[in-house]
Design a protein around this ligand. Structure first.
Ligand SMILES: [Zn+2]
Length: 260
């Protein structure tokens, strides 16, 4: 599961060789282009824009349009040759957040992402192992919890991206607490969407009222219908039927969340 491409796919087209090629080149599988996402939470510390394709260029210009992010514990990730950059220096970004689009700016022969990982001394290390896992010392755990309307209590918290889920089949869910990500729920009893929740001390829902829709930004999520089954995973938030999890009028009794 790629941590740097939105699709979750990546195909290595040019590997890391210390001193020769200090990063790894990736495309989406079958050489397709993709949106670039932040590997891990961090602060954007460098951005370069306005560079065209410049084959044979050296130094910083050879990276083309790029984004460099500083992470907790001092590690950095760098994303080069972008066609478009969506962030600016000083921005705080979250894991999975869109930061740009793949391109061929700078010293690039064909569209791809050149991805680097740098240690706290800013030395480039082999990024290959980190294409699909946490940086050293960076393991992040975020949790979610659901409120059981029948038991009238919050159920034990569950880590995002595990095989576990929050909820009790058969017992209507009345609220969802989620670390970090924006969430809102559709109140089945009232028949409308409740406000977005982004304050981490708050939860989504009216405890005691049933929920029949969920929207969460930045992750992939699915819900289980009471007396039914799991619905399809949802990876976006919009007004279409694919832009939320749930079926209006049908009670949700469980939710599962994973990273994209
Ligand atoms: Zn490269």
């Amino acid at each position: 599961m790629s941590r740097v491409l939105l699709s979750g796919e990546n195909q290595i087209t040019n590997g890391y060789r210390s001193g020769v090629h200090n990063g790894v080149d990736v495309v989406k599988k079958w050489y397709q282009q993709d949106t670039i996402i932040a590997h891990t939470d961090g602060e954007v510390v460098q951005v370069q824009t306005g560079i065209p394709n410049a084959q044979g260029s050296t130094g910083t210009r050879s990276y083309g349009n790029y984004v460099k992010i500083k992470h907790k514990d001092g590690y950095y990730t760098l994303y080069a040759h972008l066609r478009t950059v969506y962030v600016k220096k000083g921005d705080l970004v979250s894991r999975g957040e869109k930061i740009g689009y793949m391109g061929d700016t700078g010293n690039a022969y064909g569209v791809h992402l050149h991805f680097e990982v740098r240690n706290p001394s800013d030395r480039r290390i082999d990024p290959t192992p980190y294409l699909d896992k946490d940086l050293p010392g960076e393991e992040q755990k975020y949790y979610y919890e659901s409120y059981d309307n029948v038991k009238r209590k919050w159920l034990p918290k569950v880590a995002i991206d595990t095989t576990e889920y929050a909820g009790n089949f058969q017992n209507a869910m009345g609220g969802i607490y989620l670390d970090k990500y924006r969430i809102r729920v559709h109140d089945k009893t009232k028949g409308y969407w409740l406000p977005w929740v982004e304050n981490r001390s708050d939860y989504a829902g009216n405890l005691g009222n049933e929920i029949d829709g969920v929207q969460i930004e930045g992750v992939v999520y699915r819900v289980h219908i009471k007396n039914g089954s799991w619905l399809a995973w949802v990876s976006k938030v919009d007004e279409t039927n694919e832009g939320y999890a749930g079926i209006y009028g049908k009670t949700i009794d469980a939710i599962q969340i994973k990273y994209r």
